[in-house]
Ligand binder design. Structure first.
Ligand code: ADP
Length: 615
């Protein structure tokens, strides 16, 4: 077991020998726990009410066994006394239930309020992060932070915390009462029970660890199965079924090896430890029975049968209290882990350059100049993607970026959008470094239409008006310009038609026309286009092209071009190859140089575009 564990858990240490996380930051411990409790501060009022109910309900729970015993003694006394005692017991339980109701309700409510607040806050601090952050943090993982980690925290600071107090109070109260009732019997009990329960707890921990290992191995197998099944076409086309099965079985075998041991351990847990537990109870019962026997001989010594009953119930209460406390420990540790991840996100400042006095340029023309721009993606610092790129786009010009796939065309567009900033060199708009501009304002002045535009799962109208508030007339006008009005009007719900998973399925060309309308409604000064490489059907093709041509009119345009007709019309063609500008000029000039461009033209500008073959 140890050996397996050692293989799995990789720990990191700093130069002082302290354990750290994989980024070298110290492992969060207490500070996070304190801060975690701090999260519940706005709910202090609610939690105090909850605490009072908790105290009262626990008090009831603690004295109830005493009355159980009294019922036994009353039954040995008279019918009248029995009725009275049972009535009192019922009243006690009624009160206890009311307090429990308030306690559970209030604590859960406080937790819900806390987690609702935390989730909004957390989403807010995630979405403002820079694009590079999303390059390295997977969406699924971030969504997990929002859903499961926050739930763990919710439980920790409310339900688990209340349970902690409840069980502690219950244990202390029960023990105190037991001592008060009969010190010597309590002494016997305390001599036996802790030994048994501590060893059971230890063994339980061992079993849990083993179960965790088992789960991990099973998860490995699951990942393997998922990979094979999700790429079943590839598996089959290489006749890899037998191989996939062997690999999967290997993983399953690993988990089975642990599963075998786990089965025995589970048996020991159920058999041996329940024997020990009953043995301990029998011992107490024997000693208690002896005291009852003595009492029946001489009422001045020993204890009554009822008192022994109470005693046994208290014993159970204490044992249960301890068991539940130990299960809480795991919950709290989980919460500390979850809170560390959440606080890291909450505290993270987006890594975006923000100037002291962000500029807003009143008469923007969209003129763009790259001056010796060098750039590496933060997630891949070892590769220089742009190696000194310089070019100009005059106002109102249409510039086409062409070149082999992976050359850096999209990167240039990403930099103009300021998804990233260059490592060296500058990008200027109307002579002003982009970094000095007000980013929110600037992004409203540029619009991007990408190859495969993303539409949101809302109405067509809301999709078109995503970038700014717009009237219905403006939405329709933009749609008309983008050749979208006609097909949208044909939907029963028109512009209120929902798109996305729960709405209508739009064709590629329709999506693009909506995306063009979405860009047009912003009346951007600079239009960024990424031409589709995959061919649309002829009809869509024509409508999209017409919309694009209209959108370009009167604007500065940078287009990642895959179509010959586009590059022919461009005022300037910039050929990007391996992060550098290979050639630059008009279509005709470049053709005359017999260089990279000509080769690209002969191959229809490469990148897989075939729809243009008639050119
Ligand atoms: P093109 O648009 O000309 O096909 P790109 O600009 O997409 O080329 O890519 C240029 C290089 O940058 C490629 O090597 C690509 O793998 C890399 N790259 C693109 N996007 C990222 C990213 N988000 N993180 C790391 N590397 C990237």
């Amino acid at each position: 077991l140890r050996k397996l564990q050692r293989q799995r858990v990789i720990k990191f240490y700093n130069r002082h020998g302290k354990e750290v996380d994989k980024d070298g930051k110290p492992l969060p411990r207490k500070t996070n726990l304190v801060r975690l409790m701090g999260l519940a501060k706005p709910e202090a009022g609610l939690i105090s009410i909850g605490m009072v109910s908790l105290l009262l309900s626990t008090a009831v729970q603690t004295i109830a066994p005493l009355f159980f015993g009294k019922v036994v003694d009353a039954a040995l006394d008279s019918m009248e006394s029995l009725n009275r005692t049972v009535l009192i017991l019922l009243l006690i339980y009624l009160a206890g239930s009311v307090f429990s109701l308030v306690r559970a309700w209030i604590f859960t409510l406080a937790g819900q309020r806390l987690v609702a607040r935390l989730r909004s806050q957390l989403f807010g601090s995630v979405i403002v992060q820079e694009i590079a952050f999303f390059d390295v943090n997977r969406t699924g993982e971030l969504c997990n932070r929002l859903s499961s980690d926050t739930t763990v925290l919710q439980n920790a600071v409310t339900v688990n915390l209340s349970m902690l107090f409840r069980y502690l109070l219950q244990i202390i109260g029960s023990l105190a009462l037991m001592f008060f009732l009969n010190a010597s019997l309590t002494g016997v009990l305390l001599a036996i029970v802790p030994v048994v329960s501590l060893s059971a707890m230890q063994y339980g921990k061992f079993v849990r660890k083993m179960r965790k290992l088992f789960q991990d191995r099973l998860a490995d197998a699951g990942t393997q199965a998922e990979e094979s099944l999700s790429s079943v076409r590839t598996v089959k086309s290489f006749s890899g079924e037998a191989k996939a099965t062997t690999v999967y079985s290997g993983f399953i075998n690993e988990s089975y090896k642990i599963g075998k041991k786990l089965a025995l351990a589970q048996g020991i847990m159920d058999g041996l430890f329940s024997f020990l537990a009953y043995g301990a109870i029998s011992a107490v019962l024997w000693y208690g029975g002896k005291l009852v026997y003595e009492n029946s001989r001489d009422p001045t010594t020993g204890i009554t049968a009822g008192l022994l009953t109470s005693f046994l119930l208290y014993t159970l209460q204490v044992a249960m209290g301890f068991a539940l406390l130990s299960s809480l420990y795991g919950d709290f540790m989980q919460a500390v882990g979850a809170s560390a991840r959440i606080f890291t996100l909450l505290d993270r400042k987006p890594d975006v350059f923000v100037p002291l006095n962000p500029l807003v340029l009143p008469h923007l023309t969209g003129e763009i100049e790259f001056k010796d721009v060098k750039f590496k993606y933060p997630s891949r610092p070892e590769t220089e993607v742009l190696k000194g790129v310089s070019f100009r786009v005059e106002r109102g010009q249409m510039v086409a970026l062409v070149g082999p796939s992976g050359g850096g065309k999209s990167t240039i567009v990403n930099l103009i959008e300021r998804f990233y900033d260059p490592n060296e060199g500058t990008i200027a708009m109307d002579g002003c470094d982009l970094k000095l501009l007000d980013l929110t304002w600037f992004r409203q002045k540029i619009a991007m239409v990408s190859q495969e535009p993303t539409l949101f799962a809302c109405s067509i109208k809301d999709n078109i008006a995503y970038g700014r508030e717009a009237t219905d007339e403006e939405v329709i006008e933009a749609a008309k310009q983008a050749n979208a009005h006609e097909f949208v009007s044909e939907f029963e719900m028109g512009y209120d038609t929902l798109v996305g998973e729960r709405g209508v399925r739009l064709s590629g060309g329709q999506k693009q026309r909506i995306a063009i309308a979405r860009a047009l409604i912003m009346d951007p000064t600079l239009l960024l286009l990424d031409e589709a490489t995959s061919a649309l059907d002829a009809e869509s093709e024509h409508l999209v092209q017409e919309a694009v041509d209209r959108a370009m009119m009167g604007r500065t345009v940078i287009v990642i071009a895959h179509r010959l007709s586009t590059v022919r019309n461009a005022d300037k063609v910039v050929v990007i190859d391996k992060g550098q500008i290979a050639e630059m000029g008009t279509h005709n000039e470049l053709l005359a140089t017999h260089g990279v461009y000509k080769k690209l033209v002969l191959r229809q500008l490469a990148a897989g575009y075939t729809g243009d073959a008639k050119d």
